[in-house]
Design a protein around this ligand. Structure first.
Ligand SMILES: Nc1ncnc2c1ncn2[C@@H]1O[C@H](COP(=O)(O)OP(=O)(O)OP(=O)(O)O)[C@@H](O)[C@H]1O
Ligand SMILES: Nc1nc2c(c(=O)[nH]1)N=C(CO)CN2
Length: 566
């Protein structure tokens, strides 16, 4: 019988659960060389379902996960060698309450852990975590701050009840039944499991998780449909429990439909370059008041998030130290957070940086999300040992902060002498493989970033030819398509085309019959071309478009969303 551990390898090859090795790709080899001291693999793999429908739901779940990662904080007298590592997470979902329907919607997800603990001790640990997070006794299937269920323990079948008590589910209190007896009827459990172990064969039903999910989905259901969500962190409001890092409040979130992985609403990211050499707005925003005024204007024009960067990614941009980068962005975050207008003060902000120290300073100053054009490996390309070390540092920081991360495909900084023509299998396949490998390294293994915090970006305009940019854009939905073996399957996607030079290159071309000879454009003169590319991104199912001119692109997003019937 296939066990849980090998099921984890099904879709993407991995030697071990840390997500490193086997494929012998450059990044995996580099990571293994800088991270040789992983603890010996504990003996058991277990799947846990997490749910919450009271209080700060996503923060409750994050708190529970942190407590799971530190079992000795809670269990007195527990074996000193007890070890639990969260090694994989699902996406996060918002779901209609099942059974007792008159209660708030749930947040639901699942994780895989590796442990040397026995199932009974784990159940005790989970019950104690539920209490610590704030669960109080209530009606059966009623509202709760957090619920933690053991879904699977290797491929074992366990039932602690007496033989004659096993006919119903009425006698479960203080007992242990594994696999959890309700898995097969719960979409809110099967979807998260399918994100991680779709090919795992349920040891009782003898069907894969994918098959069980298909069966549940075929049943008629007129409930509120399950949504996939990205929660945002707010460091100005913290939940503090002894023994674990503070957990940010997570009241705001974006959502996608599970039926077609399209957003319930396409989000607009405004772009604020706090750099004197920015390619698109020169030094205009390079003062605190000008930056603040862009932020205020964008919020009033309905931007959903503002991306603030202090280090230009423009080809040939001057080096900026991390101290200088912080000095450029942190005061802007602080000014936004103390603005008199409540809408501005509470707007979502993302920090555009590839450096962990800048990201952390910005988040502590009020940024809600990290946007990294090098998807955690830093500016070097080809990847080196320093890239692998960079990834581990970024990952540790993002894991600790529990904030969303936008991971963009690029091949390092936009230096000279780089050959961008080589994408094995074409641009789509190249991005899926290269970005997919990094995303896997970020999400999987002990200390990984929760899957629900990752947004992917194909990196239009970075390390690609004009033709590759066009091809990526017109087929962007295939990058995150739910096809077997796609490491980017199901992730929300951000697309940034605004004013980029591939649009400039297109506008410079003469038309086919030569009646129009083309013209050179400044970035600001590419707004109509930008509109076309934004419409295409919406049509392709992008969750977020990154733009400069929020007011005009809002109309484009509204019209394109209506045409493609969101
Ligand atoms: N696999 C399991 N995971 C968690 N609890 C279990 C499991 N099997 C049996 N139990 C028992 O179920 C009892 C009720 O747990 P709990 O109050 O969390 O149920 P619930 O959350 O209302 O329902 P459900 O577990 O169906 O989601 C606990 O006392 C526990 O001993
Ligand atoms: N959508 C949803 N419904 C539920 C859930 C849950 O986690 N999600 N948990 C329950 C009892 O454990 C009862 N009903």
């Amino acid at each position: 019988m296939e066990n849980l551990r090998s099921a984890m390898k099904t879709d993407v090859p991995h030697d071990d659960i840390t997500g490193i090795d086997t494929a012998k790709t450059p990044l995996s080899v580099l990571l293994a060389s800088v991270n040789p001291n992983d603890p010996p693999t504990p003996t058991h793999t277990m799947a846990i379902a997490l749910g919450s429908n009271l209080g700060d739901r996503f923060a409750n779940i994050e708190t529970a996960l942190r407590l799971i990662e530190h079992p000795r904080n809670l269990l007195v007298g527990i074996d000193d060698a007890a070890a639990v590592s969260v090694v994989n997470t699902s996406f996060m979902y918002e779901t209609a309450p099942m059974y007792v329907t008159d209660q708030p919607r749930f947040a639901n997800c699942a994780c895989l852990i590796e442990t040397n603990m026995e199932p009974r001790s784990l159940l005790k640990l989970l019950k104690s975590i539920e209490t610590t997070v704030g669960r109080v006794p209530s009606i059966q299937n009623g509202p709760r701050a957090v619920d933690l269920d053991i879904l699977l323990y290797d491929s074992e079948i366990i039932d602690s009840r007496a033989e004659d008590q096993r006919q119903t589910l009425d006698n479960l209190a203080n007992e242990l039944v594994v696999p959890h007896p309700c898995i097969a009827e719960r979409e809110f459990v099967l979807r998260p499991l399918a994100d991680m172990i779709p090919e795992f064969v349920h040891p009782v039903h003898m069907k894969t998780i994918r098959t069980l999910l298909g069966e549940v989905l075929r049943q008629p259901n007129d409930e509120f449909p399950m949504l996939k969500v990205t929660p945002f962190a707010d460091y100005l409001k913290l939940h503090q429990l002894p023994g674990i890092c503070p957990v940010p409040s997570m009241g705001k979130y974006w959502s996608m439909r599970c039926s077609n992985d399209r957003p319930t609403k396409v989000r607009m990211m405004g772009t604020l370059n706090a750099t004197p050499d920015s390619f698109s707005d020169g030094s205009v925003n390079n003062t605190l008041s000008a930056a603040l005024s862009y932020a205020v204007t964008s919020v009033r024009q309905n931007a959903d998030i503002i991306d603030i960067g202090g280090y230009s990614t423009r080809p040939g941009a001057a080096f900026v130290s991390s101290k200088e980068e912080c000095q450029r962005v942190v005061p802007i975050m602080q000014a936004i957070r103390s603005h008199e207008d409540q809408d501005v003060r509470s707007s979502l902000i993302s920090i555009d940086t590839f450096r962990w120290e800048v990201a952390e300073a910005a988040v502590q100053a009020g940024a809600n999300c990290i946007n990294d054009v090098h998807s955690f490996t830093g500016p070097e390309y080809p990847l080196t040992q320093a890239s692998a070390e960079h990834l581990l540092k970024m990952r540790e920081m993002a894991h600790k902060l529990a904030v969303p991360v936008i991971l963009m495909h690029s091949r390092g900084d936009a230096g000279s002498n780089k050959d961008y023509s080589q994408y094995k299998g074409g641009a789509q396949e190249g991005v899926r493989v290269e970005l997919g490998e990094k995303v896997e390294a970020v999400v999987r293994g002990k200390g990984g970033v929760r899957r629900w915090f990752v947004i992917v970006d194909p990196g239009i305009g970075f390390s690609k030819t004009v033709e590759a940019n066009c091809a990526l854009l017109r087929e962007a939905s295939s990058i995150t398509a739910n096809t077997r073996g796609n490491p980017l399957a199901g992730y929300p996607q951000l697309i940034g085309t605004s004013r980029k030079s591939f649009l400039g290159a297109i506008l410079e071309r003469p038309d086919v019959d030569g009646t129009y000879r083309g013209r050179k454009t400044q970035p600001k003169e590419r707004e109509w071309a930008t509109a076309t590319s934004v419409a295409c991104a919406v049509q392709q199912g992008a969750s977020v478009v990154r733009v400069h001119d929020v007011q005009h692109m809002r109309d484009v997003v509204a019209a394109a969303s209506a045409i493609w019937s969101y």
